[in-house]
Design a binder for this molecule. Structure first.
Ligand code: PEP
Length: 255
């Protein structure tokens, strides 16, 4: 399946930033700017602002969606501080990140925990955006594909290849996140092609359909060359999603 038939997706991960006022203003500015885009645009604010951001999205823009940054592996019960997939659906979420490198590093989330979160998301009816990526040391040791495909294989083993009909994969080299150091288009395309080939090895159809997006210091001035790569179907944007003009500039590059 050609890239044209995979709708591009640009997702803004606000991480632990913002305030209620900022969430309102930023969402309204993005809502005004994205009319008539061909890309799907997803805002991923912190949990406390999900409802506010969902309410500030224009209901007429069906390609403007809400996402969350994480969820519990559990569906309900005695898990203080956790947030279930069903609760995120209640708040209007369509997507949820799983396995962001900051969760893997700060909360020691293993490949198995990430796979469990991926399945919890799908049980609740959410589309997981599963994040994969190598550290600088792993890249320098020539282990990039081994690490990234190992992270992917853990999810395929646990959830089955069919689950990728309702999932998005984000390749985010850890050394490029929030550092201002972006993977070159060749570096990114090469890993994206490996990811798609691994999915294709399991199912040719799903390999052609699944969207694989890139994250790591994407800005308006480098978005075009990254997003035009054959196997790159959009971006997961951190820092640049906190300002409407830069986020919208990236969205324009994805059309
Ligand atoms: C991210 O938060 O996933 C990310 C890619 O951040 P940044 O764009 O700031 O590198």
């Amino acid at each position: 399946m050609s890239q044209q038939t995979r709708t591009p997706i640009i997702a803004g991960n606000w991480k632990m930033n913002g305030s209620a006022g900022m969430a309102q203003t930023l969402t309204e500015a993005v809502a005004q700017g994205i009319t008539s885009l061909d890309a799907e645009v997803v805002l991923i604010p912190p949990y406390p602002y999900l409802s506010l951001v969902g309410g500030a999205m224009s209901p007429s823009e069906s390609h403007f969606k809400l996402g969350a940054q994480d969820l519990s592996v559990h569906d309900q019960g005695a898990h203080t501080g956790e947030v279930s997939g069903a609760m995120l659906v209640d708040l209007g979420c369509h997507y949820v990140l799983v396995g962001h490198s900051e969760r893997r590093a700060d909360h020691h989330e293993s490949n198995e925990v990430v796979a469990a979160k991926f399945m919890a998301a799908q049980r609740a009816g959410l589309i997981p955006i599963v994040c994969l990526g190598e550290t600088l040391a792993e890249r320098e040791a020539g282990q990039t594909d081994e690490v990234v495909l190992g992270q992917l294989d853990a999810v395929i083993r646990a959830a089955g290849i069919e689950s990728f009909e309702r999932a998005v994969i984000a390749y985010e080299p850890v050394w490029a996140i929030g550092t201002g150091q972006t993977a070159t288009p060749d570096q990114a395309q090469s890993v994206h092609a490996s990811i798609r080939a691994r999915i294709r090895d399991n199912s040719d159809t799903i390999g052609g359909q699944v969207r694989v997006i890139y994250g790591g210091s994407v800005k308006p001035d480098n978005a075009q060359e990254i997003l035009s790569c054959e196997d790159i179907d959009g971006g997961l944007i951190g820092g640049a999603s906190l300002e409407a003009s830069s986020f919208l500039g990236i969205c324009q590059a994805a059309r």
